[in-house]
Design a protein around this ligand. Sequence first.
Ligand code: BES
Ligand code: MN
Ligand code: ZN
Length: 493
Amino acid sequence: MNVIAKNAQAAKVGADVLVLWLDDKGRFGEALQAVDKASEGYFSARQQAGDLPEAGKWALFHAVEGVKAARVLVLCLSAGEGALRQIAPAVWSQIAEHRWDKCVFALQDVPVSRAARVFVGALYHSAYRFEQFKTISDSDKKAAKWRKKWQGEWLLEKKETQVEQDLAWADALNAGCSLTRDLGNTPPNVCTPRWLAEQAEQLAEQYEDLSVKVLKTKEIKALEMGALLCVAQGSVQEPRFITMSYQPAKAVNKKPVVLVGKGVTFDSGGISIKPADGMDLMKYDMGGAAAVFGAMAAVAKAALPVHVVALIPAVENLPSGAAVKPGDIVRSMSGKTIEILNTDAEGRLILCDALTYAERYEPQAVIDLATLTGACVIALGSPRAGLFGNNAELEQALYLAGEAVHDRVWRMPLDEDYLEMMKSPFADLANASSVREAGAVTAAAFLSQFAQKYDWAHLDIAGVAWQRGGGKGGTGRPVALLLEYFTRLAGKK
Ligand code: BES
Ligand code: MN
Ligand code: ZN
């Protein structure tokens, strides 16, 4: 599916449905005014009769005289971006239910900055389905086909390059976000480290400037990634270390931005096993990796002139006779030794070796993404991910990117004092603090010890990577934040 810009007049455009708007004070948007005029006051009369929708709602009108479109869908929007984002799922469910092929959105004068990107982005997001593992009926198959080829139109009075850019941005985001959600939703008996590596290879085939390299156990051993390897050793699934590089000829940065994504394809906790309740959700423990995949896809789809490298340590964390156990001491690639106090604190173990590996790129910046701690979920819930780092400017850039696209993060502290809690009497560091307090911060403090040679930010996305409460499913976060960050880095809007 996609939405393209179209120059036309609302009343004269042929369509299965024409989408118009008014505000919560009853004031008509420009297109609704024009259509009202063309229909000799049909909508003013409907307003008199109380037939127009109230805030946040919609109403459908058929065969309005003087209007070429077969139907008119009127939306009532209260002020602000949220109203536009919130109504999109309802609009999409109308479109999909009726299989309207030609849909024209005349929302160009909604007083929301970058309205096309907000609305169309939300429309794509709400149209996402994950049905690969269901036996689906013929009619569902037809619907999926129809959805794929559906094309909407964003109505403009005259050509506006900003709107065209916004639509392209939303399209790139959709490519990335859908990939992230697909990878996360894929069951862990399918989504193994090896399978993830195959997905990277397939992604690289789709984009010319994207290349991939996959390291297997033997090569990971040669690199002496002892922290990563100790997590993998309890599972029959072998680890993979996936590297992707997106390097277009016209890249504005010589030194790459490196993204690191936690790729624990299933986190049982290992010997420090988790409780049974909700353990299935630990298939999403590769959410950081999935977001990195999505960001690479989105950046490549948008053809942004930025050099980005993706590093994905991929493992499965299971208990077995061969598994790492509390008390074990391992040596990380950096040379630092780590005492394993809790085998459920595995994310930081695979990330620390990836952070050391990142040094070889002499990166401009390194950003890691990880469903790292339950403590971060307690601290911030799902509205915002935790943001940590060693460079205020980088943190601010990420914070602002998140604000701009409603994919939000919040800055957390990283004082030396927290590092104290990660000391071990037997090794250079412990992988877990002996107390539960400040769990998201102590995890970040651990990582900071492996990210001292470059500007670094860490996003703890444990609370945002998948839906909480009601439904189940990956959210695609924070791909929007990353795409916006790279768009800004590329000097584009
Ligand atoms: N993948 C989990 C973090 C997690 C838990 C994310 C719940 C989302 C929801 C991580 O590997 C983990 O188990 N962390 C432990 C660390 C602790 C043992 C120091 C945690 O948060 O409890
Ligand atoms: Mn864990
Ligand atoms: Zn984990």
